[in-house]
Design a protein around this ligand. Structure first.
Ligand code: RIB
Ligand code: CA
Length: 309
């Protein structure tokens, strides 16, 4: 039986690769994609999500969710992802229509319709949509099978401030709600995703894999310039595909069940994931916090699956 998921996302080149990985994997039943404001504003993230679905030749429904964080002005990341959010290669205007239903209502309706404990939420951007759904319909929380999200950092620090990773920083109030929801959570933080670095060889392999491989290579070529300049890293960290890869092959990842709290009060450390990796508090564990990934295994999986599209 395929794993039913909803992808909540702010494409973003790495989000786009994660969506392709999900669409290429028969183990996954992607019920729908809900776009959220994040890397770029919502009108672009919903458009980008539709472009990616169309690139894969699918008709997975795409919904627009929230266009701003719960309690703060939107912070975007055009400096990383470019003006469109999917810079690197021009894709045609999407013919796939945007669903008229709001993304938050889709999440609520789907969780109420599907069997309890059967749908996993995969969050690739700020957690505004998911937190809003939980606040608006508390009855759905216990029906969620698991939340697998890219966000936060521990030993790796932050990438938008010294203390905070972008997805959590954009909407820390939403992250606090999600991390406090009581359902199983798997966190793919910068500690893991900064090890999922593309290489020149992998990008060359992608370039030789037809149209979709060419598009993925162009996205990662564009996307990596930020991290190479900032961290001197060899390639681009494919943050969001780690979420889908964990679902498909959790054995490629290592982590531990720990307590993770979200800073929402201090301006200095706003959005920090306070991860009790060493268990120095008596705060109860609320997340499987991933600290390591088998880089070769991860990219072998990506190559094999993208080759199927
Ligand atoms: O900090 C990395 C995260 O922020 C990724 O999800 C990337 O797409 C951006 O949303
Ligand atoms: Ca993202």
């Amino acid at each position: 039986m395929a794993q039913k998921i909803i992808i909540d996302t702010d494409p973003g080149q790495d989000d786009a690769v994660a969506i392709l990985l999900a669409l290429a994997s028969r183990e996954i039943d992607l019920l729908g994609i809900t776009a959220v404001a994040g890397n770029v504003p919502l009108d672009l993230t919903q458009r980008n999500a539709r472009q990616v679905v169309e690139l894969a030749g699918r008709v997975t429904p795409v919904f627009a969710g929230c266009d701003a964080p719960l309690a703060r002005p939107l912070v975007t990341a055009e400096h990383v992802h470019g003006k469109t959010g999917l810079d690197g290669i021009a894709l045609p205007e999407p013919g796939l229509p945007l669903q008229s239903q709001h993304g938050v209502d889709f999440i609520i309706e789907t969780l109420r319709r599907e069997a309890p404990d059967s749908v996993t939420l995969c969050a690739l951007g700020p957690l505004t949509n998911i937190a809003t759904a939980f606040e608006r319909a508390p009855d759905i929380v216990e029906r969620v099978q698991r939340i697998v999200l890219m966000g936060g950092g521990c030993f790796e620090g932050g990438n938008i401030t010294p203390a905070a990773e972008f997805n959590i920083y954009v909407d820390p109030e939403a992250a606090k709600i999600v991390f406090g929801c009581g359902r199983p959570i798997t966190v793919l933080p910068l500690d893991a995703t900064h090890k999922a670095l593309t290489s020149r060889d992998w990008i060359a392999t992608m370039r030789g894999m037809g149209r979709i491989g060419e598009v993925v290579a162009s996205w990662t070529d564009f996307f990596e310039r930020f991290d190479v300049a900032k961290y001197g890293s060899e390639g681009a960290p494919l943050h969001d595909p780690c979420v889908i890869a964990w679902l498909l092959r959790p054995e490629l990842f290592k982590g531990r069940e720990i307590n993770v709290e979200i800073e929402t009060g201090s301006e200095l450390t706003l959005g920090m994931t306070v991860a009790d990796w060493w268990g120095v508090t008596d705060r109860p564990a609320n997340a499987l916090f991933i600290g390591d990934v088998d880089r070769d295994g991860f990219f072998d999986l990506l190559t094999e699956r993208i080759g199927r599209l």
